[in-house]
Structure formats: structure tokens, C-alpha cells
Design a binder for this molecule. Structure first.
Ligand SMILES: Cc1cc2nc3c(=O)[nH]c(=O)nc-3n(C[C@H](O)[C@H](O)[C@H](O)COP(=O)(O)OP(=O)(O)OC[C@H]3O[C@@H](n4cnc5c(N)ncnc54)[C@H](O)[C@@H]3O)c2cc1C
Length: 458
């Protein structure tokens, strides 16, 4: 008799599946990691979540919350089997309170759907991971996702005004705007990678939609020159809403497949966007930026004069990921976060590490907030390349931490960076995190074996 026969009596039959097809789909996320769920429960409302978590708690069965599975660190992978609690169908925008500028949503709402809906009302939800057309609000809260516009507007945590969540015993809590109590400690759920509790409803702050935008691409003869420009921009009040850096390896990949015109001798480009609702403000900041470009004597720059021109600038950024996939059978996409002032040193180190192991490494990312994507290109059928990729990644993480950075900027630790956690955190610090995990989840049923392994107290 399967363990879930009793659960079948408690839930609508069409939301439970143990079919091979469904188990196959939900065994992994956007990483190479794989598990084997025993059961998938496609929840549609809070009551079904409570019933399922209660059942899992009573029977000590692992329960793994899952959004869209776009995670880049294996967070939603059911490594210990158990129940995948799939939120894809719990996807209603419950209410948009325009006067107070708050959106109330279920966790399975796709980020871009919320963004489009609030845009119709002149409002704006800024956190925009590049995966926003698939990633869910629940997943982005669990990962505290960042994105292109976070240099000006901040990451997901800045917008969470309240949460409802279910703890490991199946008890429902509300905090923030959902309650008149602050519920100390509950905000720790944001960024906890689905290991402390299961989010069932979210209240998100909205801003006014910035309707005026200027988009620039600047051309630089070296990565250092581009970094220097980023640092100088940050010292002014230009306050860009996007500041992306793209290195020569990424540009080489993109130009192989896209007809993109770059200035001669371009090694690195920056894509910069300014936004505002006040024309004088935008004009002032744009002219400050142009003055700065001229003062710094960069190779050159272009300001988009139309939406089409802005789109063709964005095409360069959008084409990176698919172009890299076309020039290399496999890539390891590591995201590090490091003070911008250390970009030159980390880039030198990364390039040296690439040379040492004979690997091509592509660097691009959110330069404005210090989040770099380091893509190591390799062939998974070449064992020595696979090994070298792992060694190179470890050396890159070590260098990052030595320079005051973090081994992940936005993708999380999950499974993929578990073994590197001790590069950044001391034994005591990891011990402290484990104590928190045990306080929230003493029976270790919620998303077990993610971030670190914890032993159960007897
Ligand atoms: C092409 C691509 C581009 C990306 N770009 C970015 C980017 O720019 N910025 C960025 O930050 N990330 C980016 N990511 C990573 C990923 O999209 C984010 O981590 C996103 O937050 C994951 O959302 P998801 O709904 O897919 O969550 P999943 O992958 O399903 O799950 C992620 C984690 O959240 C937990 N979780 C999901 N739902 C809940 C819930 N209701 N309650 C508690 N825990 C829950 C899961 O257990 C898991 O640990 C990118 C991924 C891809 C594939």
C-alpha cells in the first residue's frame, strides 16, 4: 500500500499524481540535479497545502515546495523523494489594492503576469529576473531573486509586505500586512530557499510605473575601462535602473549569430537604462551620463532614439545565453556577487583560472549591483573538462570570498553550492544556520538536504 493512500481520501483526486510522466517532469529543475518524487500534489488553494503538509508532518515524509522549476541551484529537486508540492496551479492574483499600492497574490503567479497586470493600472513591480516569464512569485521570494532593474529598485525582499506560510507541523501563520503582529523571525523565510516554511499567500508593494526611459549602449576598449565607467557612474546621481556589463567572450558569441554593429576595437559593452516619470529629471540625468562618457573618453556610445533602437540594444543582452549554448555543448553558469571595485581583480583571476584549466569563460551580468554571471564552457562528455570545470569553479569561489564577495548573488545555494558553503561561512556560522533550520523544522521534512545536511536530534 503506498504511503499516500490516506492522503487520497483527503484531497481531490485530480490534484494528486504518482504517474511516471509527472514524476519525471518534477524530478529536476534548471540544473543537472535529479531526484525521484514519490508523489506530486498540484495544489490549487491554501486548504490543500495545509492538508498535504499536515499529512507529511504526521508521517514524516519530505515535502518539497516548487514554483516553475527555473531555479539554478537545485532548490526544487526532490533528492530524498517524498511529495513535490507544486504551486503552478495556485496562481491567482487575488487583489490589487491600487490606493495602497499592494498586490495580493498566490505563490504560483508568474512574475511577468503580475508585472503586466499592474502595468495596466500604471503600477510597477520591479524585481525582474531574466526568467520572469516562467518564475513564480513564491519561487522568487524563496530565492530572494534579483534582476536587471534591481540596481535602482532593490531585490525581491524589498517588496514583501506580508506573507502567509505553513510551518513544518502544518500550522498556518500570517505576518506583516496580513496581521497586526510583526511575528519576529518570520521574514527569514524570504531567501530561505524553501527550507523553513511553505509560502501560501503574499502581499507585495507596488510602485508607480516609470513611463520615461532612455537606453544607452557604451563601447569600451577593455573590461577595466567599462568597470571604471560603472564605478564613476555610481559616484554620481545618474542613478541608472539598469547597468549591465558584457565581456568580449560574450560579445564574440553573440556576434556569431546576430547582426550587431559594434564600434571597432570594442572589447566590452555596458547597457544602461535610466527611467523616470519626470521629463526634466530624465533629461538632466541623461545629459549627465553623456557628459561623463565624454569626460572619460570611452570608445563611444549610442543613445536609443526610438523604441526599435532600444530593442536592438536589448537584443545584445537577450542573445547572450542562447549564443553561448550554440558555441559550447555545456556551460556552468555561476553567479557571484562582489564589490564593483573588485571587478578588475576578480576578472583577472577568473581569466587566469580559465587559462590554467584550458577553459573558455564568459563574463556578463548586473554590473550595477555587483552581480556577475561567470559561465564556464565545457563538454560534459570530456571527463577531464568536467573535472577542470569543477576545480575552476571552486577556485573562482575562493577568490571571490577572498575579495569580500559572496559565492551566490541570486541563484542560491540549494544543492549546487552546498559543498562550497564553508568557503564563505565559518563552522560556527553554519552551525547557527542549522540551529535555525531545526527550530523551524525539527523533523527535517521541509525541502531536506538543501543548503547543508542537518542531522535530526533524537
Ligand atoms: C534563463 C534563466 C534566467 C534566470 N535569471 C535570473 C535572474 O536574473 N535573477 C535571479 O534571481 N534568478 C534568475 N534565475 C533563477 C530562477 O529563475 C530564480 O531562482 C527563481 O526565483 C525561481 O523561481 P521558480 O518559481 O522557478 O522556483 P523553483 O525553481 O520552482 O524553486 C526555487 C526554490 O523556491 C522554493 N519554493 C518555490 N515555491 C515555494 C513556496 N511557495 N514556498 C516556499 N518555497 C518555495 C523551492 O523549494 C526552491 O527551493 C534564472 C533562471 C533561468 C532558467
Amino acid at each position: 500500500m503506498p504511503f499516500w493512500d490516506k492522503l487520497e481520501d483527503l484531497l481531490p483526486p485530480d490534484i494528486i499524481s504518482s504517474s511516471q510522466e509527472e514524476k519525471y517532469v518534477y524530478r529536476t529543475d534548471s540544473t543537472k540535479y535529479k531526484g525521484e518524487p514519490d508523489l506530486v500534489v498540484n495544489v490549487t488553494n491554501q486548504k490543500e497545502v495545509l492538508i498535504t503538509v499536515n499529512f507529511a508532518a504526521k508521517n514524516e515524509i519530505p515535502i518539497i515546495p516548487r514554483g516553475a522549476g527555473s531555479g539554478m541551484s537545485g532548490g526544487a529537486v526532490p533528492v530524498k523523494g517524498g511529495i513535490v508540492l507544486n504551486f503552478e496551479k495556485m496562481n491567482k492574483i487575488l487583489k490589487i489594492d491600487k490606493r495602497n499600492r499592494i498586490a495580493y497574490v498566490q505563490p504560483g503567479v508568474v512574475v511577468s503576469e503580475l508585472q503586466e497586470k499592474v502595468k495596466e493600472m500604471g503600477l510597477y513591480y520591479p524585481p525582474d529576473p531574466s526568467s520572469n516569464k516562467v518564475a513564480t512569485i513564491g519561487g522568487t521570494i524563496a530565492e530572494n531573486a534579483g534582476g536587471l532593474h534591481c540596481v535602482r529598485y532593490g531585490v525581491t525582499s524589498r517588496y514583501v509586505k506580508g506573507l502567509k506560510f505553513v510551518d513544518s507541523t502544518g500550522y498556518l501563520y500570517s505576518y506583516g500586512i496580513f496581521s497586526n503582529k510583526s511575528l519576529p523571525g518570520a521574514s527569514i523565510l524570504i531567501g530561505s530557499e524553501g527550507t523553513l516554511g511553505i509560502i501560501t499567500e503574499i502581499a507585495l508593494e507596488l510602485l508607480d510605473e516609470p513611463i520615461l526611459k532612455d537606453t544607452f549602449i557604451s563601447y569600451h576598449s577593455s573590461f577595466m575601462d567599462a568597470v571604471d565607467t560603472v564605478i564613476k557612474i555610481k559616484q554620481t546621481n545618474i542613478d541608472p535602473s539598469v547597468m549591465e556589463i558584457i565581456d568580449n567572450n560574450a560579445l564574440n558569441a553573440v556576434t556569431q549569430f546576430k547582426d550587431i554593429s559594434l564600434l571597432e576595437d570594442t572589447d566590452t559593452v555596458l547597457i544602461i537604462q535610466l527611467d523616470s516619470n519626470l521629463l526634466p529629471d530624465l533629461l538632466y540625468r541623461s545629459s549627465e551620463l553623456e557628459n561623463l562618457f565624454k569626460k572619460l573618453k570611452i570608445l563611444g556610445y549610442k543613445k536609443a532614439e526610438s523604441n526599435d533602437e532600444a530593442e536592438s540594444i536589448w537584443d545584445v543582452r537577450r542573445a547572450i545565453s542562447s549564443s553561448i549554448k550554440r558555441i559550447s555543448p555545456n556551460k556552468l553558469n555561476e553567479d557571484i556577487s562582489i564589490p564593483v571595485s573588485e571587478f578588475p581583480r576578480i576578472t583577472d583571476l577568473v581569466r587566469n583560472i580559465g587559462e590554467k584549466y584550458g577553459l573558455r569563460i564568459v563574463i556578463y551580468g548586473h554590473a550595477g549591483d555587483g552581480n556577475l554571471h561567470i559561465n564556464i564552457l565545457y563538454d560534459k562528455d570530456d571527463k577531464s573538462e568536467v573535472d577542470n570545470t569543477r576545480f575552476a569553479a571552486e577556485e573562482i569561489f575562493k577568490s571571490t570570498v577572498q575579495l569580500g564577495g559572496s559565492i551566490t548573488g541570486e541563484h542560491g545555494i540549494g544543492l549546487s553550492k552546498k559543498t562550497f558553503l564553508s568557503l564563505q561561512y565559518s563552522k560556527d556560522e553554519i552551525g547557527f544556520m542549522k540551529k535555525l533550520k531545526k527550530a523551524f523544522d525539527p523533523d527535517l521534512i521541509i525541502n531536506p538536504d538543501k543548503i547543508f545536511n542537518v542531522q535530526r536530534e533524537n
